[in-house]
Design a protein around this ligand. Structure first.
Ligand SMILES: Nc1ncnc2c1ncn2[C@@H]1O[C@H](COP(=O)(O)OP(=O)(O)OP(=O)(O)O)[C@@H](O)[C@H]1O
Ligand SMILES: [Mg+2]
Length: 311
């Protein structure tokens, strides 16, 4: 069954996730090609390994780049570490002030707090880049390629983690505000308050986008092999806990040929796992993509996968 509903105009963002090496980047790229036939589409990689450059056989990098050969398609590789470094640089004074005014810590304590990672913030900042681009509304569809399982989960849990941090900080601020009001009679919000407020807004925006089922869809990718199936099961369970509904599953690398002994054996071993897949994931729509004789690269190769994904 081909992938469905992605042309629905209400659907803005399609994310692909799954175990390492199963074909996430290939599926995301082929989907972006398909959507670009009708919509202005931006394909975004959040994978630090940035394989879109491989998939499209060109260097992409941190800027929105038009794909010359494909009308309406642009690509972008987002670097969460860089987004976080920028965040740190921009907001260090406000964060320092939060610790400084809120807690009665000494200089040394503050320094150790400053060097501690803020949970979820790097991924949230990476996501903020996406939300900001969506706000600019230059594109009609966004396709997101993620790094293997753990990373996609981190990406999705990041707003909640960061939100928890914001809440703790806000509580400390309340105490500070209370003290100031008691002793000075009046409290005027400062840049640290503005900072917390702006961060809260960013988190809310990211959460809203990810949890709105008409606007976003998460597609899982797997292959017909035991370990991949097990990992997919765990992955889907975790996504469900996070309130991310998955309706469609791409089953990649399906052996079709019976032209040689090797192929027949592979096909036989896969047939067992295909049965398992149909049984285990009977609540999902499965889209089969055959194993290609060569690795999938460049627009030609991606078009072949696109034809299999969308019929
Ligand atoms: N159906 C297919 N037939 C043959 N080769 C494929 C197929 N799908 C993907 N490939 C090849 O398999 C390799 C892995 O695919 P891809 O990069 O899409 O996986 P991935 O899940 O994004 O990997 P990673 O977890 O490393 O990001 C690539 O070299 C790709 O060209
Ligand atoms: Mg990839």
């Amino acid at each position: 069954m081909p992938l469905r509903n992605l042309l629905d105009p209400a659907l803005k963002i399609v994310l692909f996730g799954g175990k390492g090496g199963v074909g996430k980047t290939t599926s995301a790229s082929a989907t972006a090609l398909y959507l670009a036939r009708r919509y202005k589409t931006l394909l975004i990689s959040t994978d630090p390994a940035h394989s879109l450059s491989d998939s499209f056989e060109r260097s992409i990098g941190g800027r929105i780049t038009e794909v010359q050969e494909v009308k309406r398609l642009s690509v972008l590789e987002i670097d969460a570490d860089k987004a976080f470094a920028k965040f740190r640089l921009e907001h260090e004074p406000e964060i320092r002030k939060l610790f400084d005014t809120s807690t009665g810590l000494d200089e040394e304590d503050i320094e150790s707090f400053m060097s501690m990672p803020i949970p979820g913030v790097d991924e949230v900042m990476g996501f903020k880049t996406i939300v900001d681009i969506i706000d600019e509304a230059k594109f009609e569809k966004y396709v997101v390629d993620t790094a293997p399982t753990g990373h996609a989960l981190r990406l999705i849990t990041s707003p909640r983690l960061f939100d928890d941090w914001i809440k703790v900080m806000a509580r400390l601020r309340w105490k500070y505000r209370y003290m100031v009001t008691r002793f000075a009679g009046e409290y005027r919000p400062d840049e640290a308050d503005d900072f917390l407020f702006a961060m809260k807004k960013t988190v809310k925006k990211v959460q809203k986008l990810l949890q709105d089922k008409t606007q976003s869809e998460f597609i899982a990718v797997t292959i017909p092999e035991a370990m991949a199936i097990e990992e997919t099961k765990r992955f889907l369970m975790q996504l469900k806990k996070l309130n991310v509904a998955v309706k469609q599953l791409v089953v990649n690398n399906v052996m079709e040929s019976e032209g040689c002994d090797f192929c027949r054996q592979r096909k036989h071993s896969q047939s067992i796992y295909l049965t398992v897949l149909h049984k285990e994931f009977s609540n999902l729509e499965l889209t089969m993509v055959p194993l290609q004789p060569t690795e999938v690269k460049g627009i030609r190769g991606l078009q072949v996968i696109m034809d299999h994904l969308f019929g």
